[in-house]
Design a protein around this ligand. Structure first.
Ligand code: GDP
Length: 489
């Protein structure tokens, strides 16, 4: 009944939206991606471009001069924190220009866009219309928890244990596995043992997200991105080596872990999908594909698994009980490879092709048939410029930027002020080649051949034009057109 009532509420809301939408459209846009994918930078740049304009030829309503104004407005949901776009922008464009703090929890922002409809504009009637855009930023780790809803504690434990034996995972899972080997699931429940297991398990998941390992599929999401649950007992559980058959003995460690796992699903995962995810109309999923390519084939394979999971969350087609419970109404879904400014522009289409190939397989597997799905390679804030440099007799394309202060992976020291030229990773033209175990050799290098795969550039130095800072970008305008362009005609 609860779910029926919820369905009815959603239907009523869609009807009201549809009625209002005949004149004034309302859209809820979700922004997600794993930590460091670039959500905060993207959303800051998106809001700045919407409200202050810039070089946006592919964002048609703006390019055609039909946007009268776009401004922030109070958000509709009082219980959700606000996305603090002003402080993020100040960090990016202030005197010591630095990247803002990344997303750690859900947040929201409303932008109201007054525009002239295309027909009115052409016939000079100019009827003013208004798009209300609610943007919701949330950790992609939470989205991957959807897969847990169809797994009981036993299934999840066994899957998680099996995965931790992989070549990349085994070394980082060793400490947790060693502790696990000392636990008897049928022994009496023991809070200290549960806590230690949860801490070691979490440390394993966190190690899996490190730059060198760059795995993507590491649920439960709140272990990595706890949001408001940081330090909460709701997260004091971990997988156990439980037998394939039989029930947990009453009062056992097993029964305790099982109970906590179930309550995580009931009180954390389900409410998120019901209250936030099911209400989205549009979704952009940001992907740091370069980080996975740089870390190696296992990271790429894991990214593909994660993308498959993400896509199945948006699947319309045949309804499983999960989708009937949290049926998303997303009709446009965009996968975006971020930080394309780490590549020369000749590789941007190649990066898109690689992402398309990773998502493409997922589309096949998920029998995805509902929404329009597309991919893009973008840089929300372009931190580099292009140049060419001589290497031996060859003239080669390079990117130039200011590396963040500190030591690079190959021991080079950067002062955070001086520009350097980087030979960017040259992506193979054929995505199949890029995804093969030995396929991707185009790693970023310094002029002396040093490994600069994990280099980070500082945000660009910017001068305001007539009081407004326009952030340089790559394909942000195309992204905006796909996500909201159709609501502005
Ligand atoms: P979040 O965790 O998904 O919110 O990720 P952030 O938006 O905080 O981005 C993580 C980091 O990626 C930033 O601190 C930057 O170092 C880098 N980054 C994000 N977007 C861009 C971009 O467009 N260009 C470049 N060069 N770096 C970016």
């Amino acid at each position: 009944f609860e779910s029926l009532a919820h369905e009815a509420r959603i239907a009523a809301r869609s009807l009201m939206d549809a009625a209002a939408g005949t004149l004034d459209p309302t859209l809820r846009l979700g922004v997600t991606g794993l930590s460091r994918a670039g959500k905060t930078v993207f959303l800051t740049a998106l809001v700045q471009a919407l409200t202050r304009g810039g070089r946006l030829p592919a964002f048609r309503a703006y390019a055609e001069g039909r946007i009268a104004s776009a401004a922030l407005a109070p958000q509709p949901d009082d219980a959700v924190p606000r996305f603090e776009v002003e402080s993020h922008l100040a960090a990016l464009t202030g005197p010591d220009r630095r990247w803002p703090e990344g997303t750690r929890r859900i947040s929201e922002l409303r932008v109201v866009v007054d525009f002239e409809s295309r027909s009115g504009f052409l016939s000079r009637q100019k009827p003013g219309r208004r798009l209300t855009l609610d943007i919701v930023d949330y950790p992609g780790e939470w989205l991957l928890d959807l897969a847990l809803l169809s797994q009981d504690f036993r299934t999840w434990s066994r899957k998680t244990l099996a995965a931790s034996e992989g070549r990349t995972r085994a070394p980082i899972a060793a400490a947790w596995r060693a502790h696990l080997a000392t636990l008897d699931p049928s022994a009496p429940e023991d809070e200290m043992a549960a806590r230690t297991a949860a801490e070691l398990f979490r440390a394993y998941l966190i190690a899996g997200r490190s730059e060198r390992v760059a795995l993507s599929t590491l649920p439960p999401g709140r272990f990595l991105m706890p949001g408001d649950l940081d330090g909460s007992p709701a997260l004091t559980f971990a997988p156990l080596d439980v037998p394939a058959e039989g029930d947990a003995p009453a009062g056992s460690l097993w029964a305790m872990m099982e109970r906590r796992y179930e309550s995580y699903l009931a009180h954390v995962v389900k409410p998120f999908f019901r209250d936030h995810f099911a209400r989205l109309d549009r979704q952009i999923v940001l992907v740091d594909a370069l980080a996975a390519l740089n870390a190696g084939p296992e990271a790429v394979a894991d990214l593909e698994t994660a993308l498959t999971d993400v896509l199945s969350a948006f699947r319309h087609g045949r309804n499983s009980w999960i989708t009937s419970l949290f049926r998303p109404k997303v009709d446009r879904l965009l996968f975006a490879a971020t930080k394309a400014d780490h590549l020369h522009h000749t590789s941007h289409d190649r990066l898109e092709a690689i992402l398309r190939r990773l998502v493409g397989r997922a589309i096949e597997r998920a029998e995805f048939g509902g929404a329009a799905v597309d991919v893009v390679a973008l840089a929300a804030v372009r931190a580099t410029r292009e140049a060419s440099a001589r290497q031996g007799r060859e003239e080669l394309p390079v990117i130039v930027g200011v590396p963040e202060k500190g030591e690079s992976s190959n021991g080079q020291i950067f002062d955070g002020e001086e520009e350097i030229a980087v030979f960017p990773g040259d992506l193979p033209a054929d995505p199949e080649v890029a995804l093969r175990a030995d396929g991707y050799r185009g790693r970023a290098q310094s002029e002396d051949g040093g490994d600069l795969r994990f280099i980070k550039f500082r945000p660009p130095r910017l001068a305001p034009e007539r009081g407004v800072v326009h952030l340089p970008h790559i394909r942000l305008d195309r992204t905006m057109e796909f996500l909201i362009g159709d609501a502005l005609i």
